[in-house]
Design a protein around this ligand. Sequence first.
Ligand code: ADP
Ligand code: MG
Length: 703
Amino acid sequence: MNAPAKISPATLSKLAKLGIHHRTDLLLHLPLRYEDETHLAPIATVQPGMNAQVQGVIAHSEVVFRPRRTLVCRLQDNGGELYLRFLNFYPSQQKQLAEGRQIRAVGEVRMGYYGLEMVHPKCRAVDDDTPLQPSLTPIYPTTAGLSQIVLRKLIANALDTLPLGDTLPDALLQRMKLAGFADSVRLLHNPPPDISAASLEQRSHAAWRRIKFDELLAQQLSMRAHHRERGKRTAPGLTPQHRLTVQLIKGLPFALTGAQQKVCGEISRDLAQPHPMQRLLLGDVGSGKTIVAALAALQAIENGYQAAFMAPTEILAEQHYLKLRDWLAPLGISPVWLSGSLKKKEKQAAAERIASGEMLLAIGTHALFQEQVEFHKLGLAIVDEQHKFGVQQRLALRNKGKYGAGRAASTGSGQASARQESVGLKPDLQEPHQLMMSATPIPRTLAMSYYADLDVSVIDELPPGRTPVITKLVSDERRDEVIDRVRAACMEGKQAYWVCPLIDESEALQLQTVLETFQLLTQTFPELRVGLAHGKLDSAEKARVMTAFKAGELQLLVATTVIEVGVDVPNASLMVIDHAERMGLAQLHQLRGRVGRGVAQSLCILLYQQPLSELARARLKIIFENNDGFVIAQQDLQLRGPGELLGARQSGVAMLRFADIGADEDLLNEARQAADELLRDFPEAARGHLQRWMANKHDYLHV
Ligand code: ADP
Ligand code: MG
């Protein structure tokens, strides 16, 4: 056995950039691709686009200045010739590539100015006896200043010196027909020359399957650990009193659907437990999640606890505020409104009433969490449109609820825990229950993996009397017809939305576009009352516009995608989405969900501009053909992969590195089974497996 390699501090910091903190992490730093230096390709057989290793004699070597200083060498073997071209080169290289030298070159073959060429190939001087590589050469993901050679050495050393024992029991390996761990990593780092290149590239080789299985299993185990750990934390047991909740239901102008009753039951049972609920409520747009949230809040309130209800946009939060205010007024409960745009004094007054416990229900935007707001006795936190929030915000909320926490308001979990330590809090403090709601349905595979630590309730039924929205795709050339249609609908007493295009990375441009569209449509429709809503309006103005639209005083609302989430105006039955090709599927589905909320037949017109990219075409086809949010989400997952769906960049959710839950659903199912079995029968193996895969992957464990 070799001794472990000594690693310099400079190299250590570069490895850290690659997420390699432990020597075992080196084992799992797997190649991106391979170069084949196990055999030589006769030059006459190489084609543009191929990666090849060739060998020959330099027939000519010259520095040319077209268009800039370039070293061009002509390499000849028995049957053919190709050019090696270097834009940056050292004198030593020039010497190495002098006429008459025998050279082995590896690189991608292209069609160049002179004929077939390799640009910046890897070259070395050889003689007739220089042996070929015994295995494919791995190319690793790396970072500036860390060469493949150094990485390869470190990894080879780790393979030689670290224990590679299997974490999984033999019986399980055999039954699941899985390759051994040691064989798999060795093979992936040093594949033999006769291996199928396609099976490596597509990651379908048994060795890849084993690695992906292991990764998914680790994810399942850690999510379950998380779930179980929740059972050890304490929350107030909020037993149903059937007082306020029953009163609210009696006063509603509608009866709850079966699906709503079912999820209310699930939530109610969780709230009664002395452990924090972390439940995700999924329901398509318009399925009636708000009333479910209101009932959950009342269960907290009737137990003498406070509830917080948070929404991602001011418009949506305000709408919830107004709706709950009306619903709860007959019960003698008035919510307090809390938003970032309140004046300092108002905010302070609201915060004081929350801190004193006088106000039992707080509704608002992020401000609820980010400002110095402290609850007297928070029993339940509700987060609407959960996918719009990051994990950090969710955690901040959880920390807010801890009772006796002194002045512990803060924005991030890190800060919060630091402060808690500093005031010497005990870990057994109570924390609030959490209800997260989302209209972006999570495909089954995602729910089974990234959300496996949460409990999920689904509203799978729309309230009765809804007619599905008709969707039309209309090319921008027919914009005038669309405008006529809007006029006609509004003249009939209907209301319409005109959603302006999304403009990447430029709020200023987006603002300009919505203002121009507003001006244009106001001029085009002098007979109509047109309103304007966008993110830069101050909140009083925004509220005024939304109230007027809701009351039917405005017939047409020109808006940016601020209306994307949650806005509920049942009389609106026409929606035009301008430049629909720029929007994502979830967004289109959400926007379309703003209509079809009343009894009238609704229409959604997707105006698009040619030419369409492949992706835009695929998206428009999906949204045109499907009304069911779950189906759309599943297809979205296939189009984009999980990262975008999860909003991983903002949420910081650890992503899978090797497995692809779109393509590896079978492995995911097997990993779920195996996780059950390990936890039940082989808890030691489960621990060992987590250690190999999760050492230092704290991001899994703190979601
Ligand atoms: P979402 O799930 O998209 O948040 P909302 O809670 O905004 O949906 O509900 C959409 C509309 O349906 C609201 O106007 C709401 O009052 C109404 N609604 C909710 N539940 C029912 C029901 N059981 N029957 C009829 N209408 C309902
Ligand atoms: Mg909603």
